[in-house]
Design a protein around this ligand. Structure first.
Ligand SMILES: NC(=O)c1ccc[n+]([C@@H]2O[C@H](COP(=O)([O-])OP(=O)(O)OC[C@H]3O[C@@H](n4cnc5c(N)ncnc54)[C@H](OP(=O)(O)O)[C@@H]3O)[C@@H](O)[C@H]2O)c1
Length: 244
């Protein structure tokens, strides 16, 4: 078994959804420093361009793909753009996600549908849309960002439902992918200081929120591990607030 972490991701094609802000932007930066060719995907092209301009030390090429992951037709055409660009995907990071109202009373049917559309259907659409390109290289890797809300329950009905749903969905990816050499990891981060609308900042003390750059370093570590084993699931919390 090769025990060494890969020091370079040169020639590898990495797709990051929700790459225009927060954790996705940090992941893009981390993977860029290891030389990956990056597909940066989110809805807002302007913000993607800004992220691409700000990436430091990127050796690989960058493809910007404005796409709403909750719209299956947009995901299908994004997958075709990637096929035309490289014809394979080595790593997919399903990171795009939106927050949801916290209480039953605040959660409208529309909220329910839009949160499920992005956080759950979006992950299926993108992974399904890229599945044959993930199989192409014989050693694909799918990392999906859930959250501790997907373990705890009892909070926002829509948000919690999507993050719990991801556990079942990603375990299916893992079983289906194994025969094709595709590894699958589900991440369950606690609160991160990303500045997103759903962030716990304000109710969670800053000292109990993680720096997204540190979480992104762990993602870069995962994709560089030897392909003989897989981290199925990983729960990440600040050491000052385990099991938050
Ligand atoms: N922040 C936390 O405390 C925390 C804790 C646990 C888990 N998480 C999870 O971590 C992930 C990243 O969260 P974050 O805090 O980094 O969020 P963020 O800062 O709000 O960034 C979200 C990213 O997703 C993109 N996005 C949103 N809707 C999209 C759609 N329909 N299609 C494509 N892209 C879309 C956004 O770009 P556009 O608006 O341009 O599309 C943005 O790039 C999410 O899955 C979240 O649930 C966050």
């Amino acid at each position: 078994m090769d025990n060494d972490l890969k020091m370079s991701l040169d020639g590898m094609v990495v797709v990051v959804s929700g790459a225009s802000h927060g954790l996705g932007k940090s992941i893009a930066q981390q993977l860029a420093t290891f030389g990956a060719d990056l597909v940066l995907l989110a809805r807002d092209r302007g913000r993607l361009e800004q992220v691409a301009d700000e990436l430091s030390g990127a050796r690989g090429e960058i493809l910007l793909l404005p796409c709403d992951v909750s719209v299956s037709e947009q995901v299908a055409s994004a997958a075709e753009r990637i096929r035309a660009w490289r014809g394979k995907v080595d790593v997919l990071v399903n990171n795009a996600g939106i927050p949801a109202p916290r209480t039953m009373e605040e959660t409208t049917f529309e909220d329910w549908n839009s949160v499920l559309g992005v956080n759950l259907s979006g992950v299926f659409y993108l992974t399904r849309g890229l599945w044959d390109q993930l199989k192409a290289g014989g050693a694909g890797y799918v990392i999906t960002v859930s959250g501790t809300a997907g373990l705890r329950g009892g909070g926002s009905p829509a948000y919690g439902a999507t993050k719990f749903g991801l556990t079942g969905l990603t375990r299916s990816f893992a079983v289906a992918g194994a025969e094709h050499g595709i590894r699958v990891t589900t991440l369950y981060p606690g609160s991160m200081d990303t500045g997103w609308r759903g962030s716990q900042i304000g109710v969670t003390p800053r000292s109990e929120s993680m720096d997204p750059d540190e979480v992104a370093r762990y993602v870069a570590y995962l994709v560089r591990t030897p392909k003989e084993f897989v981290v199925n699931e990983a729960i990440l919390n600040p050491s000052s607030a385990p099991w938050q």
